[in-house]
Design a protein around this ligand. Structure first.
Ligand code: COA
Length: 259
């Protein structure tokens, strides 16, 4: 498949999906969102991919939000039609492998919502993050009001969404919005190294772990604990579990095969 607005590159079992519209600050138009969903569908079944990194082309933006030019003239009904089908935010969240947002610049609006749907967020020290939709007379529509609130709490989420103000990477780390901040020149290597470390784990355990953690925001405590117990027991059916336990007892490094 040849893509127009994204780049895909796989190295050491890490696939990097780059949104490639740097002259538009990697804003997400309809085609870009469709290509991202399509690429994730392919990577889902690929044995060469254990972790996905999402990033933006160039050194200015991760993603500067939805493509605002597509909003012009839209009615509630045409906007609703444009939001039908599998949305990129859900595709990331339901993706059975870890997805890392490598935030290399402006991370705004729909870009922040992509990052929020990812499992881990790493930012360059010059990144700026925010939900500026309020300045356009609209509100976040890609999960921002829900996922941001769950991640940083209602107070901080209200602050960002009601003011539309941008915050820098160190502030984002302080409120738990990003996991780590790296110097811009080191971002790519540091995130790749982090991803390689995760890619060495059992893909089956990673999948169950992601699903179990996601259950925390979707269910009440009782149901979440039941789900965790089921997923925990499911890992006991894998060869990886046998290998992990045996390797520990034999004092060697495990070699997980994803079976
Ligand atoms: N949608 C459509 N186009 C966008 C865009 C977006 N979200 N963000 C940036 N662009 C375009 C600009 O229109 C401009 O296009 P042009 O060269 O054809 O005029 C180009 O990208 C460069 O943007 P510019 O504003 O000149 O770059 P900058 O580095 O000075 O500022 C931003 C970068 C991200 C701060 C600024 O572009 C911005 O505020 N973008 C909108 C952010 C936003 O509101 N996102 C939420 C959308 S719901």
């Amino acid at each position: 498949m040849v893509y127009q607005n994204i780049l895909l590159d796989t190295k050491d079992r890490i696939s990097t999906l780059t949104i490639n519209r740097p002259d538009k600050r990697n804003a997400l138009n309809e085609l870009t969102r469709e290509e991202m969903v399509h690429a994730l569908e392919d990577l889902q079944s690929s044995d060469d991919t254990r972790v996905v990194i999402m990033t933006g082309a160039g050194d200015k933006a991760f993603i500067a939000g939805a493509d605002i030019s597509e909003f012009e003239g839209r009615t509630p009904l045409t906007q609703r039609a444009a939001m039908k089908g599998l949305r990129i935010f859900t595709a990331i969240e339901e993706f059975p492998k870890p997805v890392i947002a490598m935030i290399n610049g402006f991370c705004l609006g729909g870009g922040m919502e992509v990052a929020l749907a990812c499992d881990l967020r790493f930012a360059s020290d010059n990144a700026k993050l925010g939900q500026p939709e309020i300045n356009l007379g609209i509100i976040p529509g890609g999960g921002g009001t829900q996922r941001l609130t769950r991640l940083v709490g209602e107070g901080k989420s209200m602050e960002l969404i009601l003011t539309g103000d941008l915050i820098d990477a160190s502030h984002a780390k302080q409120i738990g919005l990003v996991n780590e901040v790296f110097p811009a020149a080191e971002l790519r290597d540091r995130v790749q190294a982090y991803a390689v470390r995760i890619a060495e784990k059992s893909p089956i355990a990673l999948r169950m772990a992601k699903e179990a953690v996601k259950a925390a925001a979707r269910t009440n405590l009782r149901e979440g604990l039941d789900r965790e117990a089921d997923l925990f027991c499911l890992t006991f059916g894998s060869e990886d579990k046998a290998e992990g336990v045996r390797a520990f007892l034999e004092k060697r490094k495990p070699e997980f095969k994803g079976r």
